[in-house]
Design a protein around this ligand. Sequence first.
Ligand SMILES: Cc1cc2nc3c(=O)[nH]c(=O)nc-3n(C[C@H](O)[C@H](O)[C@H](O)COP(=O)(O)O)c2cc1C
Length: 208
Amino acid sequence: MPKLLHLSCSPRPDSESGAGAQVFLDRFRQLHPDWDIDVADLWRERMPDFAGPILEAKYARMNGQGFSDAQRAGFAEAERMALRLSLADRVLISTPMWNFGVPYKLKQFIDIIVQPGLTFRFDPSQGYVPLLKDRPTLVVLASGSDFSTGMNRGRIDMATPYLREVLRFIGISDVRFVAIGPTTGPRPSVEAARERASKRLAAMAANF
Ligand SMILES: Cc1cc2nc3c(=O)[nH]c(=O)nc-3n(C[C@H](O)[C@H](O)[C@H](O)COP(=O)(O)O)c2cc1C
């Protein structure tokens, strides 16, 4: 059964990014009733702190050394999470923008799975080589500000370039972004942004 992995990254029950993802998924499910939708709520998932044996395992790999038992167990956690991503035929990431970037739970997920020998490798002649196969990926990014015309009142969007780059680094280049913003401020602007994003998301579900 083909699988879509949804990384849900907002802790808010009335999340704008979550609502946008829902619009997309409702339409996607209608069109693809046979697909398995695997939801990973990163605020509920058990994710190890990236310290101790799991961190040492990364350095052991980078230095071409073997693992201790504790490091092997730590690395197995990273393998388990990376496998869930690598088995997905499609990926949906719904996330808020927090302090120009992404919430620390999404960053934690990324720090765990971006590992040498797991999602990328280093080759002295080729440089960094991604190890995941490419797959259609959608990022629904909600922000208080409206970044559609660039920087907003001194705030900048670093979430979009960061996610684009880190996904590309591990092999996922087929990434589209749908921004929802402004999500704060005058109601007409908030509603217009939500409406605009919903229309795009429902339409995108048809050819994803
Ligand atoms: C900790 C925190 C940091 C935020 N930082 C930014 C920011 O840098 N830029 C911005 O436009 N909005 C920022 N916001 C506003 C959120 O992006 C906005 O409320 C968005 O709708 C949250 O997504 P969600 O509704 O899916 O949770 C921040 C909100 C929080 C709670």
